[in-house]
Design a protein around this ligand. Structure first.
Ligand code: AMP
Ligand code: ZN
Length: 458
């Protein structure tokens, strides 16, 4: 079966046919590195890692995930903390990569950084000016939206309606409110590079257009990112790249993940309702978080709660429970195939919940099987499926003994309970409650009685 993907530009699910036979290029907009990633930021990293794993089965994939390391929020973080910009970006690039690796995300083939592609951005801006799609004004260079007839086609916006509805005060150097910045001037204390328009820095959108062109070529197969990026980021990337490349399509398929919310409010740094991956992985195994993120179809919204985590943990317990005690020789593992039903689910626009149902059906068959040879073969298929989904990477005995990275071991739990009892004895109830919550977040329920405190993993 061919892979079917939902393309935002066409507004429907379509068969995926790459530009070059046997090869695929994919670009995912990566993090802006001024802070730790929250669990919503991890969603695109995890779902498109799964897509990359699926594509690599059949194609030679070149997957680029960029790093935005020049941005006004980074400048603000530098002013706020008094730390040099390079120190901030280096710290959060490392944190991001460590965080997503803990969720089983494999490194992309290329991880371009905006600050290392300034020359390419300047060259693209020069081309856009030469071809009449951009203009210079007061040290800025702006993209002239009116010069691009198909502007608005990705986000399904009508430019005339947008102009009529615009209430924003137009900056004096802009010809029209919706013209967007390709280059802007920098003051001496801000990061800046010499350019034909004076010392300045790039706008956000041109970064991705230039990096995608450099590493993946004029037309890329798949461009991915979160829903919020459709407008203006991707609309603007598309306008810049198509105009710079004489109308050649920028991306053949546009994929966007839905938003993760908590208490029905979208998780966002600006709203302050964030759960940091960096914190979560201290007490929850990365695979549990990964499965929780894959628990809904990537296009759907995903509500994050303690129950989301608990249900993912229970599912993994079922998978590990099925393979526990079955010795699978290396040769059997290498020869094992992923069941058709699981592949078919992923090929159907990356339907991860349906793929997990196929995974469970395999676990059920294994639980029922009595013949040793059949059990080894089914367990080998489970490991092959785990390899594709990014799950089942731990030893089952270690999984159940709680010695999985990120999980609390039995010793850790006992030590926390002791600390909590000491806090209670000292009438520090705030501390005692905080420890109970910490245990609860890690899926450990405690019960106080006259004989002491007992605990169980839920
Ligand atoms: P940022 O670092 O803010 O540019 O975001 C990095 C990626 O995370 C982008 O692809 C965003 O679309 C995505 N993203 C941000 N918040 C959420 C959320 N609550 N749910 C899903 N994706 C998100
Ligand atoms: Zn981008």
């Amino acid at each position: 079966m061919t892979i079917q993907l939902h393309d935002t530009l066409q507004g429907k699910k379509v068969p995926f046919v790459p530009q070059k036979e046997g090869e695929v290029t994919m670009y995912l907009c990566g993090p802006t590195v001024y802070n730790f990633a929250h669990i919503g930021n991890a969603r695109p990293a995890v779902v498109f890692d799964l897509l990359a794993r699926l594509l690599r089965r059949s194609y030679k994939l070149t997957f680029a995930r960029n790093i935005t390391d020049v941005d006004d929020r980074i400048n603000a973080a530098s002013v706020e903390t008094g730390k040099p910009i390079e120190e901030i970006t280096a710290r959060y690039i490392k944190a991001y990569n460590d965080d997503v690796a803990a969720l089983g995300v494999r490194p992309p083939d290329v991880e371009p950084r905006a600050t290392r592609h300034i020359e390419e951005m300047i060259a693209m801006i020069e081309t856009l000016i030469e071809k009449g799609f951009a203009y210079e004004a007061e040290g800025h260079v702006l993209f002239d939206v009116s010069s691009n007839a198909s502007y608005g086609s990705l986000s399904k916006r009508d430019l005339r309606e947008m102009i009529a509805g615009a209430r924003v005060e137009v900056a004096p150097y802009k010809k029209a409110a919706h013209d967007f910045v390709l280059w802007k001037p920098s003051t001496p204390e801000l990061p800046g590079w010499d350019s034909p328009w004076g010392r300045g820095r790039p706008g956000w959108h041109i970064e991705c257009s230039a990096m995608a062109e450099k590493h993946l070529g004029t037309t890329i197969d798949i461009h991915a990112g979160g829903r919020d990026l459709v407008f203006p980021h991707h609309e603007n990337e598309m306008a810049q790249s198509c105009c710079a490349h004489d109308g050649a399509p920028f991306a053949r398929y546009w994929l966007h993940n839905g938003f993760l919310s908590m208490d029905e409010t979208k998780m966002s740094k600006s709203l302050g309702n964030v759960l940091l991956v960096h914190e979560l992985i201290k007490t929850i195994p990365g695979e549990v978080i990964r499965l929780a993120l894959l628990g809904a179809h990537y296009k759907q919204p995903l509500e994050w709660s303690a129950e989301t985590i608990e249900s993912a943990r229970r599912m993994l317990d079922r998978l590990y429970g099925a393979v526990q005690g079955v010795e699978v020789p290396e040769a059997a593992r290498a020869a094992a195939e992923v069941p058709e039903a699981l592949i078919a689910a992923l090929e159907d626009d990356l339907n991860s919940p349906k793929a997990m149902a196929a995974f469970f059906s395999l676990a059920k068959d294994l639980n029922k099987a009595t013949d040793d040879e059949v059990r080894v073969s089914l367990a080998a298929q489970m490991y092959a499926s785990g390899e594709l989904m990014g799950l089942l990477g731990n030893d089952p005995d270690e999984w159940f003994s709680g010695h999985v990275e990120g999980d609390l071991s039995s010793d850790d739990i006992e030590a926390l309970i002791e600390k909590r009892n000491a806090a209670k004895a000292a009438r520090d109830f705030e501390m005692a409650d905080a420890i109970r919550d910490q245990l609860g977040d890690a899926g450990v329920t405690i019960q106080d009685s006259r004989d002491g405190t007992s605990w169980r993993r839920s």
